[in-house]
Design a protein around this ligand. Structure first.
Ligand code: NDP
Length: 296
Protein backbone atom coordinates (compact mmCIF):
# COMPACT_ATOMS: atom_id res chain seq x y z
CA UNK A 1 0.00 0.00 0.00
CA UNK A 2 1.21 3.49 -0.83
CA UNK A 3 1.96 5.26 2.46
CA UNK A 4 3.36 8.48 1.02
CA UNK A 5 1.42 11.45 -0.30
CA UNK A 6 2.12 13.11 -3.62
CA UNK A 7 2.64 16.86 -3.56
CA UNK A 8 0.60 17.39 -6.68
CA UNK A 9 1.96 20.55 -8.28
CA UNK A 10 -0.12 20.03 -11.39
CA UNK A 11 -3.38 19.98 -9.43
CA UNK A 12 -2.47 22.88 -7.13
CA UNK A 13 -1.23 24.95 -10.05
CA UNK A 14 -4.58 24.49 -11.81
CA UNK A 15 -6.36 25.69 -8.64
CA UNK A 16 -4.09 28.74 -8.50
CA UNK A 17 -4.61 29.46 -12.21
CA UNK A 18 -8.37 29.51 -11.62
CA UNK A 19 -7.85 31.95 -8.74
CA UNK A 20 -5.69 34.18 -10.96
CA UNK A 21 -8.24 33.99 -13.79
CA UNK A 22 -10.97 35.18 -11.41
CA UNK A 23 -8.75 38.08 -10.29
CA UNK A 24 -8.06 39.03 -13.91
CA UNK A 25 -11.78 39.10 -14.62
CA UNK A 26 -12.35 41.35 -11.60
CA UNK A 27 -9.53 43.60 -12.71
CA UNK A 28 -11.00 43.95 -16.19
CA UNK A 29 -14.40 44.80 -14.69
CA UNK A 30 -12.79 47.79 -12.97
CA UNK A 31 -11.63 49.03 -16.37
CA UNK A 32 -7.99 48.08 -15.79
CA UNK A 33 -5.92 46.70 -18.64
CA UNK A 34 -5.11 43.02 -19.09
CA UNK A 35 -1.89 41.89 -17.29
CA UNK A 36 0.89 41.46 -19.84
CA UNK A 37 3.99 39.24 -19.62
CA UNK A 38 6.83 39.60 -22.13
CA UNK A 39 9.35 36.79 -22.62
CA UNK A 40 12.65 37.05 -24.46
CA UNK A 41 13.90 33.81 -26.00
CA UNK A 42 17.35 33.58 -27.57
CA UNK A 43 18.24 30.81 -30.03
CA UNK A 44 16.30 27.60 -30.54
CA UNK A 45 17.26 25.31 -27.67
CA UNK A 46 14.54 22.64 -27.39
CA UNK A 47 14.17 22.77 -23.59
CA UNK A 48 14.00 26.59 -23.54
CA UNK A 49 11.39 26.54 -26.33
CA UNK A 50 9.31 24.10 -24.25
CA UNK A 51 9.58 26.14 -21.02
CA UNK A 52 8.67 29.41 -22.77
CA UNK A 53 5.85 27.64 -24.60
CA UNK A 54 4.40 26.48 -21.25
CA UNK A 55 4.64 30.04 -19.88
CA UNK A 56 2.88 31.56 -22.90
CA UNK A 57 0.14 28.90 -22.72
CA UNK A 58 -0.33 29.55 -19.00
CA UNK A 59 -0.77 33.27 -19.74
CA UNK A 60 -3.53 32.44 -22.22
CA UNK A 61 -5.23 30.16 -19.66
CA UNK A 62 -5.54 32.92 -17.06
CA UNK A 63 -6.43 35.71 -19.50
CA UNK A 64 -3.06 37.51 -19.57
CA UNK A 65 -1.63 39.03 -22.70
CA UNK A 66 1.80 37.64 -23.60
CA UNK A 67 4.52 38.67 -26.03
CA UNK A 68 7.31 36.40 -27.15
CA UNK A 69 10.36 38.25 -28.43
CA UNK A 70 12.84 36.06 -30.27
CA UNK A 71 16.50 36.68 -31.02
CA UNK A 72 19.10 34.61 -32.88
CA UNK A 73 22.00 33.15 -30.94
CA UNK A 74 24.17 35.80 -32.60
CA UNK A 75 22.36 38.70 -30.87
CA UNK A 76 24.77 41.11 -29.21
CA UNK A 77 24.65 42.03 -25.53
CA UNK A 78 24.07 45.66 -26.52
CA UNK A 79 21.12 44.80 -28.77
CA UNK A 80 19.54 42.68 -26.04
CA UNK A 81 19.98 45.36 -23.40
CA UNK A 82 18.45 47.96 -25.74
CA UNK A 83 15.37 45.74 -26.12
CA UNK A 84 15.14 45.30 -22.35
CA UNK A 85 15.36 49.07 -21.82
CA UNK A 86 12.56 49.54 -24.38
CA UNK A 87 10.34 47.00 -22.57
CA UNK A 88 11.19 48.55 -19.18
CA UNK A 89 9.51 51.76 -20.28
CA UNK A 90 6.59 50.13 -22.12
CA UNK A 91 3.60 50.91 -19.93
CA UNK A 92 1.54 48.05 -21.37
CA UNK A 93 4.04 45.39 -20.20
CA UNK A 94 3.90 44.38 -16.51
CA UNK A 95 6.47 41.59 -16.38
CA UNK A 96 9.59 40.68 -18.34
CA UNK A 97 11.53 37.42 -18.31
CA UNK A 98 14.62 36.43 -20.24
CA UNK A 99 14.67 32.65 -20.63
CA UNK A 100 17.93 31.20 -19.30
CA UNK A 101 20.43 29.94 -20.28
CA UNK A 102 21.62 32.68 -22.63
CA UNK A 103 24.57 32.41 -25.06
CA UNK A 104 28.02 32.50 -23.44
CA UNK A 105 29.05 35.78 -25.14
CA UNK A 106 26.32 37.63 -23.19
CA UNK A 107 26.72 38.36 -19.48
CA UNK A 108 23.80 36.85 -17.56
CA UNK A 109 24.51 39.26 -14.71
CA UNK A 110 24.27 42.34 -16.97
CA UNK A 111 21.04 41.10 -18.54
CA UNK A 112 19.40 40.43 -15.18
CA UNK A 113 20.50 43.83 -13.90
CA UNK A 114 19.14 45.55 -17.02
CA UNK A 115 15.60 44.36 -16.28
CA UNK A 116 13.68 46.89 -14.23
CA UNK A 117 13.25 45.42 -10.70
CA UNK A 118 9.60 46.52 -10.95
CA UNK A 119 9.09 44.18 -13.94
CA UNK A 120 11.44 41.41 -12.78
CA UNK A 121 8.72 38.78 -12.30
CA UNK A 122 11.32 35.98 -12.28
CA UNK A 123 12.67 37.59 -9.09
CA UNK A 124 16.32 37.32 -10.23
CA UNK A 125 17.34 41.00 -9.93
CA UNK A 126 19.75 41.79 -7.05
CA UNK A 127 17.25 44.33 -5.70
CA UNK A 128 14.49 41.72 -5.50
CA UNK A 129 16.83 39.10 -4.00
CA UNK A 130 18.04 41.67 -1.44
CA UNK A 131 14.52 42.78 -0.54
CA UNK A 132 13.39 39.16 -0.25
CA UNK A 133 16.36 38.41 2.04
CA UNK A 134 15.34 41.32 4.28
CA UNK A 135 11.70 40.21 4.37
CA UNK A 136 10.58 43.29 2.40
CA UNK A 137 7.94 43.19 -0.36
CA UNK A 138 9.64 41.79 -3.46
CA UNK A 139 9.19 39.61 -6.48
CA UNK A 140 10.28 36.28 -5.07
CA UNK A 141 12.10 33.90 -7.41
CA UNK A 142 9.49 31.78 -9.13
CA UNK A 143 10.74 28.27 -8.24
CA UNK A 144 11.34 28.88 -4.50
CA UNK A 145 8.03 30.74 -4.29
CA UNK A 146 6.27 27.81 -6.00
CA UNK A 147 7.83 25.32 -3.57
CA UNK A 148 6.74 27.42 -0.57
CA UNK A 149 3.22 27.63 -1.96
CA UNK A 150 3.09 23.87 -2.40
CA UNK A 151 4.23 23.41 1.22
CA UNK A 152 1.61 25.93 2.36
CA UNK A 153 -1.28 24.39 0.42
CA UNK A 154 -0.47 20.94 1.87
CA UNK A 155 -0.04 22.53 5.34
CA UNK A 156 3.31 20.87 5.86
CA UNK A 157 4.82 21.99 9.15
CA UNK A 158 8.17 23.71 8.61
CA UNK A 159 8.69 25.47 11.96
CA UNK A 160 11.56 23.92 13.90
CA UNK A 161 12.13 21.32 11.18
CA UNK A 162 15.52 20.61 9.68
CA UNK A 163 15.41 21.56 6.00
CA UNK A 164 18.36 20.37 3.94
CA UNK A 165 18.77 21.96 0.51
CA UNK A 166 21.19 20.42 -1.96
CA UNK A 167 22.26 23.03 -4.52
CA UNK A 168 23.10 26.71 -3.99
CA UNK A 169 22.20 28.32 -7.33
CA UNK A 170 21.08 31.96 -7.30
CA UNK A 171 17.70 31.01 -8.75
CA UNK A 172 16.78 28.00 -6.59
CA UNK A 173 18.95 26.79 -3.70
CA UNK A 174 20.17 30.11 -2.28
CA UNK A 175 16.81 31.95 -2.23
CA UNK A 176 15.11 28.78 -0.98
CA UNK A 177 17.49 28.65 1.99
CA UNK A 178 16.59 32.24 2.89
CA UNK A 179 12.84 31.67 2.57
CA UNK A 180 12.83 28.47 4.64
CA UNK A 181 14.71 30.18 7.47
CA UNK A 182 12.72 33.44 7.50
CA UNK A 183 10.75 34.33 10.61
CA UNK A 184 7.33 33.69 9.08
CA UNK A 185 4.79 30.92 8.91
CA UNK A 186 6.00 28.32 6.43
CA UNK A 187 9.53 29.40 7.33
CA UNK A 188 11.18 29.07 10.74
CA UNK A 189 13.09 25.97 9.63
CA UNK A 190 16.67 25.23 10.56
CA UNK A 191 18.38 25.19 7.19
CA UNK A 192 21.48 23.43 5.93
CA UNK A 193 22.60 24.43 2.45
CA UNK A 194 24.75 21.81 0.70
CA UNK A 195 26.75 21.97 -2.55
CA UNK A 196 29.45 20.16 -4.49
CA UNK A 197 32.09 20.82 -1.81
CA UNK A 198 29.97 19.53 1.08
CA UNK A 199 31.66 16.69 2.95
CA UNK A 200 29.66 13.60 3.96
CA UNK A 201 26.56 14.74 2.08
CA UNK A 202 24.56 11.60 2.92
CA UNK A 203 25.15 12.12 6.65
CA UNK A 204 23.54 15.55 6.33
CA UNK A 205 20.67 14.62 3.99
CA UNK A 206 19.78 11.75 6.36
CA UNK A 207 19.05 14.34 9.05
CA UNK A 208 16.54 16.18 6.87
CA UNK A 209 12.88 16.46 7.83
CA UNK A 210 12.47 18.31 4.54
CA UNK A 211 14.90 17.67 1.68
CA UNK A 212 14.98 19.97 -1.34
CA UNK A 213 17.04 18.63 -4.25
CA UNK A 214 18.20 21.27 -6.77
CA UNK A 215 21.38 19.65 -7.99
CA UNK A 216 20.96 19.22 -11.73
CA UNK A 217 22.16 15.57 -11.57
CA UNK A 218 19.62 12.92 -12.67
CA UNK A 219 18.38 10.67 -9.82
CA UNK A 220 21.23 11.74 -7.55
CA UNK A 221 19.31 11.34 -4.27
CA UNK A 222 18.70 7.67 -3.42
CA UNK A 223 16.88 5.93 -0.58
CA UNK A 224 20.09 5.54 1.49
CA UNK A 225 20.32 9.33 1.67
CA UNK A 226 17.04 10.06 3.47
CA UNK A 227 15.37 9.11 6.73
CA UNK A 228 11.88 7.66 7.14
CA UNK A 229 8.98 10.14 6.77
CA UNK A 230 11.09 12.77 5.07
CA UNK A 231 9.33 15.36 2.88
CA UNK A 232 11.17 15.29 -0.46
CA UNK A 233 10.95 18.12 -2.97
CA UNK A 234 12.57 17.41 -6.31
CA UNK A 235 13.43 20.49 -8.36
CA UNK A 236 15.49 18.72 -11.03
CA UNK A 237 14.27 18.26 -14.59
CA UNK A 238 16.12 16.01 -17.02
CA UNK A 239 14.93 14.79 -20.38
CA UNK A 240 16.19 11.28 -21.03
CA UNK A 241 15.63 8.70 -23.77
CA UNK A 242 13.01 6.09 -22.96
CA UNK A 243 11.76 3.03 -24.78
CA UNK A 244 8.62 2.90 -22.66
CA UNK A 245 7.09 6.14 -23.95
CA UNK A 246 5.57 6.93 -27.35
CA UNK A 247 7.65 10.08 -27.74
CA UNK A 248 10.89 8.18 -27.09
CA UNK A 249 11.85 10.34 -24.10
CA UNK A 250 10.72 11.07 -20.56
CA UNK A 251 11.38 13.52 -17.75
CA UNK A 252 13.11 12.54 -14.51
CA UNK A 253 14.27 14.55 -11.51
CA UNK A 254 17.25 14.77 -9.17
CA UNK A 255 15.64 12.11 -6.97
CA UNK A 256 15.28 8.34 -7.51
CA UNK A 257 11.52 8.51 -7.05
CA UNK A 258 10.70 4.79 -7.45
CA UNK A 259 13.38 3.75 -4.98
CA UNK A 260 12.76 6.22 -2.18
CA UNK A 261 9.10 7.30 -2.35
CA UNK A 262 8.06 4.56 0.11
CA UNK A 263 10.28 6.15 2.79
CA UNK A 264 8.73 9.61 2.38
CA UNK A 265 5.72 11.24 4.02
CA UNK A 266 5.32 13.56 1.04
CA UNK A 267 7.13 13.71 -2.28
CA UNK A 268 6.89 15.76 -5.48
CA UNK A 269 6.74 13.86 -8.77
CA UNK A 270 8.66 14.83 -11.93
CA UNK A 271 6.90 15.93 -14.04
CA UNK A 272 3.92 17.45 -12.24
CA UNK A 273 5.59 18.68 -9.06
CA UNK A 274 7.73 21.81 -8.85
CA UNK A 275 7.63 22.67 -12.61
CA UNK A 276 3.97 23.77 -12.81
CA UNK A 277 4.32 25.62 -9.49
CA UNK A 278 7.20 27.66 -10.96
CA UNK A 279 4.97 28.76 -13.83
CA UNK A 280 2.07 29.85 -11.61
CA UNK A 281 4.49 31.84 -9.43
CA UNK A 282 5.52 33.72 -12.52
CA UNK A 283 1.85 34.45 -13.23
CA UNK A 284 1.30 35.54 -9.62
CA UNK A 285 4.24 37.94 -9.81
CA UNK A 286 2.94 39.36 -13.10
CA UNK A 287 -0.49 39.90 -11.55
CA UNK A 288 1.12 41.65 -8.55
CA UNK A 289 2.97 43.92 -10.96
CA UNK A 290 -0.19 44.65 -12.99
CA UNK A 291 -2.02 45.52 -9.76
CA UNK A 292 0.92 47.71 -8.70
CA UNK A 293 0.91 45.98 -5.34
CA UNK A 294 4.67 46.02 -4.91
CA UNK A 295 6.52 49.34 -5.05
CA UNK A 296 10.16 48.93 -6.01
P1 NDP B 1 22.78 24.78 -10.99
O1 NDP B 1 23.48 23.88 -11.93
O2 NDP B 1 22.88 26.25 -11.15
O3 NDP B 1 23.23 24.42 -9.50
C1 NDP B 1 23.42 23.11 -9.09
C2 NDP B 1 23.84 23.10 -7.66
O4 NDP B 1 24.02 21.75 -7.26
C3 NDP B 1 25.17 23.82 -7.41
O5 NDP B 1 25.09 24.58 -6.24
C4 NDP B 1 26.18 22.67 -7.24
O6 NDP B 1 27.22 22.96 -6.35
C5 NDP B 1 25.29 21.59 -6.64
N1 NDP B 1 25.83 20.27 -6.95
C6 NDP B 1 26.18 19.79 -8.16
N2 NDP B 1 26.68 18.53 -8.02
C7 NDP B 1 26.64 18.24 -6.70
C8 NDP B 1 27.01 17.12 -5.95
N3 NDP B 1 27.56 16.03 -6.52
N4 NDP B 1 26.81 17.15 -4.62
C9 NDP B 1 26.28 18.24 -4.03
N5 NDP B 1 25.90 19.33 -4.69
C10 NDP B 1 26.08 19.34 -6.03
O7 NDP B 1 21.27 24.29 -11.00
P2 NDP B 1 19.85 25.02 -10.80
O8 NDP B 1 19.61 25.35 -9.37
O9 NDP B 1 19.67 26.06 -11.82
O10 NDP B 1 18.91 23.78 -11.21
C11 NDP B 1 18.94 22.55 -10.53
C12 NDP B 1 18.02 21.59 -11.24
O11 NDP B 1 16.69 22.10 -11.18
C13 NDP B 1 18.29 21.39 -12.73
O12 NDP B 1 17.95 20.06 -13.07
C14 NDP B 1 17.33 22.35 -13.41
O13 NDP B 1 16.98 21.94 -14.71
C15 NDP B 1 16.15 22.26 -12.49
N6 NDP B 1 15.29 23.44 -12.45
C16 NDP B 1 13.95 23.20 -12.40
C17 NDP B 1 13.06 24.24 -12.28
C18 NDP B 1 11.63 23.92 -12.19
O14 NDP B 1 10.80 24.80 -12.39
N7 NDP B 1 11.26 22.69 -11.85
C19 NDP B 1 13.51 25.63 -12.26
C20 NDP B 1 14.95 25.79 -12.21
C21 NDP B 1 15.79 24.71 -12.31
P3 NDP B 1 28.33 24.12 -6.62
O15 NDP B 1 27.64 25.41 -6.33
O16 NDP B 1 29.40 23.81 -5.67
O17 NDP B 1 28.72 23.98 -8.06
Amino acid sequence: MQNYKILDGKKISEEIKNEIKAEVNNLLLTGAKRPHLAAILIGNDGASETYVGHKVKACEQVGFKSSLIRFDNSVSEHELIQKIIEINSDKDIDGLIVQLPIPAHISEEKIIEAISPAKDVDGFHPINIGRMALGMPAYISATPQGILELIRRYTIETSGKHCVIVGRSNIVGKPMSILMSQKKSYGNATVTLCHSQTKNLSEITKQADILIAAIGQPEFINSEMIKENCVVIDVGIHRIKSESTKSGWKLIGDVKFDELAHKCSYITPVPGGVGPMTIVSLLKNTLLSAKKEIFI
